[in-house]
Design a protein around this ligand. Structure first.
Ligand SMILES: Cc1cc2nc3c(=O)[nH]c(=O)nc-3n(C[C@H](O)[C@H](O)[C@H](O)COP(=O)(O)O)c2cc1C
Length: 351
């Protein structure tokens, strides 16, 4: 137990990181919370009704605390200057191979955050976390007024300071090893690729809120190392993605479990925003053609039909195989089994 586990109401300082787009099912969230960790629902791609339904399902499966996560930023209006023709012609060929109708570029992609926030306020999860930015002061006030514990995501020590100044209870530090999208919001992406352990040390020198380490942490030895550097809890995504309760497509789980070494890269290919995943055919087809990639969220919307169709067909070449740099140590065990194993290993490693 420490200061943060007491505030969060959890037994072990182990958080299952939110994984938007399907992996963090209510079943996974509840299994982790029931095992004494903190389960997190990645709700960024859910509608308001889906958020309410998911939270209801989590509450039916556990009476323990849990977290709901949204993207609080990153949705820029679609710039007029963007020419989608090269991307559309590349996607047309892939669509034809996948027997999909030709792709079409949307003229606008509205930011879902304001509506999703209303659903979160109504659902009243005990904990709310966010990434890609900072909710406005009004949103922070309304969440706090409901007694919600608020956690922000930073990729640099300076971002952590901005979050602390805005009143978060704790900060998730996302090191460069982390799977999926970079949470960077106040630095150039290239300047915010700090390894997890160094990020903890740098941030601990300038910020006094509790720090949660994430990125490349796969076993109890990694957890002990992060805690020794100054983190008071850890957040693991990839390690939980391969659990049976995770909703990631089987083809995604298999690609991680079969990876004998780190073959991940950071790419803008799938969404327009830098994210870490296993290198595959689609990423390779855009190497050297990065200037044809549209900005987030436009690229994300454009590649969705391709990703959905490829996922259904078990085609690993055209789905986003998000994963962190620790993939070679992924295991296919139950979420409760994984939490117990992590606790034992961290004990053995001297924490
Ligand atoms: C498939 C996938 C989806 C993710 N989606 C989100 C998300 O919606 N919101 C968020 O804050 N973090 C998201 N993350 C980041 C995780 O919560 C966690 O910080 C990260 O996975 C830690 O690095 P690791 O994968 O090396 O453990 C995602 C990670 C993965 C692997």
């Amino acid at each position: 137990m420490n200061e943060l586990t007491r505030v969060l109401g959890i037994e072990h300082p182990i958080i299952q990181g939110p994984m938007g787009g399907g992996p963090s099912t209510p079943e996974l969230v509840a299994a982790v919370s029931n095992a004494g960790g903190l389960g997190s629902l990645g709700a960024a791609y859910l509608t308001s009704q889906q958020i309410l339904d998911s939270v209801k399902r989590i509450r039916a499966l556990t009476d323990k605390p849990f977290n709901v996560n949204l993207f609080a930023g990153g949705y820029e209006p679609v710039p007029r200057s963007v020419d989608p023709s090269s991307m559309l012609s590349l996607l047309s060929e892939i669509h034809a191979a996948l027997e999909l109708p030709p792709p079409a570029a949307p003229s606008s992609v509205p930011d879902p955050f304001p509506e999703q926030l209303e659903a979160v306020l109504e659902a009243q999860p005990p904990i709310f976390s966010f990434t890609f930015g900072l909710p406005g002061a009004g949103a922070m006030k309304r969440l706090a007024a409901r007694g919600t514990t608020i956690i922000g995501t930073a990729t640099t020590a300076q971002e952590a300071r901005l979050l602390a100044d805005a009143g978060v209870t704790a900060v998730i530090l996302q090191g460069e090893e982390a799977g999926a999208h970079r949470g960077t919001f106040a630095a150039p992406f290239e300047a915010a690729m700090v390894p997890t352990l160094r990020l903890i040390e740098e941030t601990a020198q300038i910020v006094s809120v509790p720090l949660i380490a994430s990125g490349g942490l796969m076993d109890g030895g990694d957890i002990a190392a992060a805690m020794k550097r100054g983190a008071v809890a850890v957040s693991l995504g990839t390690a939980f993605l391969t659990c049976p309760e995770s909703g990631a497509p089987e083809v995604h789980k298999r690609a991680i479990l079969n990876a004998g070494s780190d073959t991940t890269v950071v790419t803008r290919a799938f969404s327009g925003r830098p994210a870490r995943g296993l290198r595959n055919t689609f990423i390779e087809s855009l190497e050297g053609k990065e200037d044809t990639i549209l900005p987030f969220p436009l690229q994300n919307v454009l590649t969705r039909p391709m990703r959905t169709a490829a996922g259904k067909r078990g085609n690993a070449g055209y789905i986003s195989l998000w994963a962190g740099r620790g993939i070679a140590r992924a295991r296919a065990i139950s979420a409760a089994g994984l939490v117990a194993r992590l606790v034992d290993e961290a004990d053995t490693a001297g924490y």
